[in-house]
Design a protein around this ligand. Structure first.
Ligand code: SF4
Ligand code: SF4
Length: 280
């Protein structure tokens, strides 16, 4: 079964829940694939102290300018929405590789066919294993901005091996953008993690709306419970027909475990794992 751990706002505890849930399901004898799809800043390997090894480089297309054919018209630069082409009058254009998404618009715009393509490394996929958990992470190369090819490659890799596991847990990036949607494709049920703050309460409603649009059933998990009243989160759960299946307290012990690279455990995590097992 493929499950999403998501939440709208950053810093609500998606990775904390994902790693704790993977560990608890592992303890129950389940084979778990944890997919860290926050490719700008993957950290599940650090929380679980899993040594990961690179299994794939991810390549992207980049344009190459033929200075002999180029008439120095500047059209390629005008059509690049990423501002990845620097054009100076009477000079062959210069590419800023880190900005290029490989979309191909520049070569379509070039009137003389002076643009061909090469490839460049834009990121990598890593794999690691520990205590019955297999971890897949994608990571964008430092300096590059377009993360969507990394998320696509990571989810493709996860799909190739998902049949070997009882559960696939997809730990998404924060937000409701394309890379979160790509990570949620194929997910059968999602857990939205939030916190009792105005921003947490606002952003979780955005992700719950998105899950409704995607037709994915969902539950809510409240992290940092106790730092403020949780009535508003309970109201949101009712409004979106999502059960509040876990309340993780804000405690010194949890913060200490987290900072030491240990997955958290306890009755709150067991309750979330129970909610997962009921789904199957
Ligand atoms: S491939 Fe797309 S992003 Fe890259 S330089 Fe050309 S137009 Fe810009
Ligand atoms: S559009 Fe083609 S010809 Fe014009 S500057 Fe770019 S590469 Fe050169």
């Amino acid at each position: 079964m493929k499950l999403g751990i998501t939440g709208g706002k950053g810093g609500t505890g998606k990775s904390l829940v994902s790693t704790a849930l993977a560990t608890e399901l592992g303890k129950r004898g389940k084979k778990v694939l944890l997919v860290d799809a926050d490719v700008d800043c993957p950290n599940d390997d650090l929380i679980l102290s899993i040594e990961r090894k690179k299994i794939d480089d991810i390549k992207g297309k980049i344009p190459v300018f033929d200075s002999k054919k180029c008439t120095k018209c500047g059209k390629c630069s005008e059509h690049c929405m990423e501002n990845a082409i620097v054009f100076v009058k009477n000079r062959t254009p210069i590419l800023v590789k880190e900005q290029c998404t490989g979309c191909g618009a520049c070569s379509l715009a070039c009137p003389v066919g002076a643009i061909s393509y090469d490839t460049q490394n834009i990121g990598a996929i890593y794999k690691g294993e520990k205590d019955g958990i297999t971890l897949l992470t994608g990571e964008i190369k430092i300096g590059f901005e377009e993360a969507s090819p990394i998320v696509h490659a990571l989810m493709k890799k996860a799909t190739e091996i998902e049949k070997e596991f009882d559960y696939v847990l997809v730990d998404t990036a924060a937000g409701t953008h394309c890379n979160v949607i790509s990570a949620l494709v194929g997910v059968e049920h999602a857990f939205a993690v939030t916190e009792p703050t105005p921003l947490g309460e606002h952003d979780v409603q955005l992700i719950l709306k998105l899950l409704d649009v995607l037709g994915i059933s969902k539950n809510l998990i409240l992290n940092k419970a106790g730092i403020a009243e949780s009535e508003k989160v309970e109201e949101i759960a009712k409004k979106f027909n999502a059960e509040l299946v876990g309340k993780i307290p804000y405690s010194k012990e949890i913060r200490k475990k987290y900072s030491l690279g240990e997955a958290i455990s306890g009755k709150e995590i067991e309750a979330i794992a129970d909610a997962v097992e009921v789904l199957k």
